[in-house]
Every structure is written in C-alpha cells, then in structure tokens.
Design a protein around this ligand. Structure first.
Ligand code: C2E
Ligand code: CA
Ligand code: CA
Length: 587
C-alpha cells in the first residue's frame, strides 16, 4: 500500500512536472511569438492569458481581467466589431477575424478568434490571438496609394485618371453635357533632362505637377501620365473652367520660371491637344488617344500651342501609321529607287555633280514624295536601314558612271544624310566600307546635312565630321537659312559647301531684302572659303541674278529636274564631248 502510494505520488509529480514543463514551454513560445493570446476554458471559467500583451495593450497578462479592457482601449469606429468577435460564442460562430486599431496607438491589430462547441452547442473553449499587422497595413496603404497616385507629383496616375474619366463621361451622358480632355506635353523636355540632368528633370516635372494640382476641383481632374506628360479632364467646361480659361491658366503657370534646388531656373512651354466628349468621340479611352494625336500636331506647329480636335489631323495620323507599315514592307521588297538631280557650275557651265534623291514606288505604281516618308522614317527609325540602302545604291550608281565615262575626279555625288542617320555610331564605318567596296574615291562624295544635326551635341558631331573629312569626304550645309542659322557659328563648322535654300531663291528676284540677304550669304560664304550652291532655281531670271551676285553653283528645274540613272549618263556623255580635248578635235 505504501509502495503503491509512493508509486502514485511519484507518477503524479512526474505528470505534473511534465505538465509544468509543457506549460512553461507554451508560455515561452507565446512570449517569443510577439502575438498575444487568450485561452478561455468554459468549464473552469478561467482565462489563460499569454504572450506579448504590453506591446499591444500596455499591460502585462497578469493584469488581465476581462476582454472589456481591450474594448475600452479600441478606437470608436472599431468598438462594435471587436466586441462582436471577442464574444463570438454569443453568435454561435466558430471562427472570426477582425482588424482594428487602438485609440492612442498607431498599431493595426488583427484579432483571430476560434470557439469550440460540444455536441449540444455549448462552448467548450475559445482561443483569441492578436497579431500586429501594422507593417503589412502600411505597405498595403502605400500600394493602394501607388495604384491611384503618381509618387513624384501626388497627382492621379494614368490608370486612375482613366477610370475617373470613364465615370465623368458616364455622368456627362446622363446630364447631356460635355467632357474635355487636355493632353499636355512639355516642349523640349529632353533638353532639360540632357542639359541639366535627370534629377533636375524630375524636379521640373514635380514643380509643374504641383502647380497643376491647384487647378483641381470637383469638375477638373489633373493627372500625371508619365515623364513629361500630364492629362486633364474638365466636366462641363464652361466659364472659369472652359478649355480656354484652363489653358490660359496653364500658360500662366508655365510662364513662371521654375526654381531648382541647385539655384538654376527653367522656363518651359507645353503643347496641348484637346478632344471632347461627345463631339470628338463617345468612347472615353479614345478621347485620350485623340487628344494625344492633336497634341502632336500642336508640337509640329512650333510648340507652345493648343490644338483642338480636328478630323483631318486624325486622318493624316492614321495615314502615316499605315504608310509606316507599308514602308517596312517596301524596305524588304526594295521598292525604293534613286533619282539624281544635276548641279551646274555657273562659271564654266559644267556639270558639278548630282544630288541623290530617293523615291518610293508603291504597289499601285504611284510615287510617294520623300517629303512625306522621310520624316516618318526618321520618327520610326527606319531611316537607318533606308539611309544605308541610299548610300550603297547611289555609290554603286556612281561607280557605274565612273566605269563607263572615265575620269570623274571633279564630279560630286551629293547624298542627303538625316540627323538620326549621321548620329548613328555605325555611320562612319558603314560609309567607308561602301566607298571601299565600290572602289571609288571619298573625294567624290559630298554629304548634305542640315543644321538640326548640331542641336544636341555639336562637339561630337564636329568630331565625326572631321574624321570623315580627313578621309576626303566633303560636307554641304543643306537648306541654309531656314534653321536657326547664325552666320557666326558657321565659322566653326567643318563644311565645304553652303546650300542656299529654295525659299530665298523663290523671292530673290521679286524681293529686295531677300536679294540683300542672299548677297550677304554668298559674300560671307566666300570669305569663309565655302562653295555656294543655290537650289530650287526654276527661272532664267533667278539663274542670272544668282550668277551675277556670285553664286558659283546652281541646281533646279531650270537646269534639270531629278532624273533616272541613265539620263545622268546622257549628261555625262555630253560632258565628255565638251571636254577641252574633244573641243580641240572638233575645233
Ligand atoms: P532637299 O534635300 O532640300 O532636296 C531638294 C528638293 O527640292 C528635292 O525634292 C528636289 O526634287 C526639289 N527641287 C529641286 N529643284 C527644284 C525646283 O527647281 N523647284 C522645286 N519646286 N523643287 C525643286 P525631293 O526630291 O522631293 O526631296 C525632298 C526632301 O526629301 C529633300 O529636300 C530631303 O530633305 C529629303 N530627301 C530626299 N531624298 C533623300 C535621301 O536620299 N535621304 C534623305 N535623308 N533625305 C532625302
Ligand atoms: Ca538636299
Ligand atoms: Ca535642300
């Protein structure tokens, strides 16, 4: 008996110590877990309170009396909810989860409750777990914020703007009114980014965004789409919120110089495209597209402009896109070909050379002007492939002339090179490789470039030109007088020829001041040691006047239109007959 007792006692104490051990273990786990727990046993009506209570509720588990303490601490709007889940057995539910906040703390707490019932539906136990979800919540809020707002400017982002525009259009439909969309693009923004730096670029966008924000009201949405693009939507644009009033205010904002952190100032302009529901389209997504397309027109018109929706602009845009597609095909199928326009020396009357001019024959046989497709090719980058083709095709034609007509030492093949093409890093290598492939002299090649090539990085371009010049290639400044032409900067450029633009030639006979300008250009050009050539000469009077004021070379319909390869051959044939040798024989 005694032994039995002893056995029982030691068994009990073993069980007890094991229990105490696992209870201790449980407590440790709960303490470490950073959560707070309540285990409620309905039989002995005793709550076991464990975990990190002070973190949540500011008191130790030992001071817990009832869940009422938690409810008391809870922010008003959550009181009802937390009361319900903490007393979940009252509703007979088994599981619930509820997120709430305490009044004086910035914590977000998630409360999970589980209740076990017996077969009769009487609760047996209940477990309540509190978790700190603050970090998750804040992240979530940030994500929500980022889903709707642009972080740089705090304006609505593109996605949210689109959603709200959809709602505005719906509302306008019901109320039979108008919604205007303004697509706003900062002019020459790349120059800010390139010239000042990306950080400053961001600063500029931010500053513009903040100013635009002041325009916002219930009927005027302002959003930042990306980089330097903003979009606004005006519901029922009348009076102070008419498109005109709003664009005036935008202009006012843009007229104020933007002060940057580094002390510099920037003054910029914007181009704005406007499309309207329901006149332009009834589809709100299309509204934005249309506004963007007409904005591009505002840019082309010289920037700092407002362009309203106009169907022909859209038609032209769509046509261009179709042309773009056709061009890609044409490049593959080789439906481009070259024309050559003769250039003559006014003193000797001799052929100076030819300008290579590209043409495109479409499938229906019609010929598209390069004035139409070159700008498109420049925009979509296909000018690089096309430009390479033009170089090889015209140089190979030149090589054929040379083979057939012998001495071509003084003959110049002028090739137009667009800015993008010239700036391409493979340009020099490619051109030289073609010159070598056809075994011609680089001194026969003159590249026609326009002033636009110098806009971005003048020093780099000059370096490239010098490289080619060392090789023997000449340069001609095309369309001179139409760009930002300042005569003083010409001096620093490694060019050989100045090509006086047709617009001067057009008026040179009829307008005295044009003649004076032409005269001084020719004069200066001579002083700087350049050749001069006038293009677009259509009349005899223009020819003789230009010759009289010292223009050394002439190109134009008066002397010859752009023509095919073999027609140039005929001219070269004649030139052969005019050489001093033949003259001697004939004379
Ligand atoms: P551009 O370089 O100024 O070429 C002169 C343009 O004036 C040519 O038009 C030529 O046909 C035209 N023209 C010449 N003489 C007269 C005249 O007396 N009267 C009139 N009304 N026009 C005259 P085209 O061939 O249509 O070329 C237009 C523009 O397209 C060129 O202007 C050039 O900017 C570009 N282009 C043409 N071919 C090429 C090319 O191979 N490569 C590149 N990059 N651009 C080209
Ligand atoms: Ca040209
Ligand atoms: Ca020209």
């Amino acid at each position: 008996m005694n032994e039995d007792n002893n056995y029982q006692i030691s068994l009990l104490s073993a069980v007890n110590s094991k229990l105490a051990k696992s209870e201790g273990m449980l407590k440790n786990i709960c303490d470490i877990s950073e959560s707070a727990f309540i285990y409620f046993d309905y039989e002995d009506k005793k709550p076991y309170v464990l975990g990190n209570w002070s973190h949540f509720f500011g008191f130790e588990p030992s001071r817990f009396v009832s869940v009422g303490q938690i409810v008391d601490l809870t922010e008003d709007e959550f009181v009802e909810g937390i009361y319900r889940v903490l007393n979940l057995e009252k509703s007979g539910e088994e599981k619930a989860s509820y997120d709430f906040k305490l009044r004086d703390k910035k914590l977000y707490i998630s409360c999970n409750v589980n209740v076990l019932y017996d077969n009769a539906g009487i609760p047996v136990w209940k477990i309540v777990v509190f978790n700190d979800v603050t970090r998750f919540k804040l992240q979530n809020d940030e994500l929500t914020y980022m889903a709707y707002f642009d972080t740089l400017t705090g304006l609505y982002n593109r996605n949210y703007f689109v959603v709200m525009l959809g709602e505005l259009v719906e509302k306008a439909k019901e109320n039979n009114t108008v919604v205007s969309v303004l697509f706003i693009d900062v002019d020459d923004f790349r120059k800010v980014n390139d010239g000042m730096g990306i950080v400053e670029g961001d600063e500029v966008v931010q500053s513009i965004g903040l100013s635009f924000k002041h325009l916002m009201d219930d009927n005027l949405l302002v959003s930042h789409f990306n980089s330097d693009v903003f979009c606004m939507a005006i519901y029922d644009p009348v009076g102070k919120r008419s498109v005109e009033a709003v664009t005036d205010r935008i202009r006012e904002i843009m007229n104020t110089p933007i002060k940057l952190v580094n002390g510099k100032e920037a003054t910029l302009t914007v181009s704005i495209g406007v499309a309207e529901y329901p006149e332009s389209t009834e589809n709100y997504l299309e509204l934005i597209n249309l506004a963007e397309i007409v904005m591009l027109k505002a840019k082309n018109k010289g920037k700092n402009n407002v362009q309203y929706y106009d169907k022909p602009i859209i038609d032209e845009f769509i046509e261009n896109i179709e042309l773009e597609k056709k061009m890609a095909k044409a490049l593959k199928e080789q439906s481009f070909f070259m024309y050559y326009q003769p250039q003559y020396d006014t003193n000797t009357g001799e052929l100076r050379g030819v300008e290579a001019l590209v043409r495109w024959r479409q499938e229906d046989g019609s010929i598209v002007s390069p004035e139409t497709f070159i700008p498109i090719a420049e925009k979509n980058g296909s000018i690089l492939l096309l430009g390479d083709w033009i170089i090889e095709e015209s140089i190979s034609d030149f090589a054929k002339w040379k083979e057939e007509y012998g001495n071509m030492d003084d003959f110049l093949l002028s090739i137009n090179v667009s800015s993008l093409q010239f700036k391409n890093k493979n340009f020099v290598k490619y051109l030289i490789s073609i010159i070598k492939k056809y075994n011609i002299s680089p001194t026969n090649i003159e590249l026609e470039i326009t002033e636009s090539v110098f806009i971005d990085n003048m020093q780099e371009i000059i370096h490239k030109m010098k490289l080619l010049k060392d090789f023997g290639i000449r340069f001609s400044m095309d369309d001179f007088g139409t760009g930002f032409s300042s005569l003083s900067y010409l001096r620093d450029l490694p060019i050989d020829t100045l090509k006086i633009d047709k617009s001067f030639v057009d008026d040179v006979v009829t307008d005295g001041s044009t003649r004076t300008i032409a005269e001084s250009i020719i004069d200066l050009s001579k002083k700087l040691g350049f050749d001069t050539i006038a293009e677009g000469v259509e009349q005899e009077v223009q020819y003789s006047l230009l010759k009289n004021i010292g223009c050394e070379n002439i190109q134009g319909y008066y002397l010859g239109k752009p023509m095919q390869f073999d027609q140039i051959g005929k001219l070269l044939d004649k030139r052969g007959m005019n050489t001093p040798d033949t003259e001697e024989v004939s004379g």
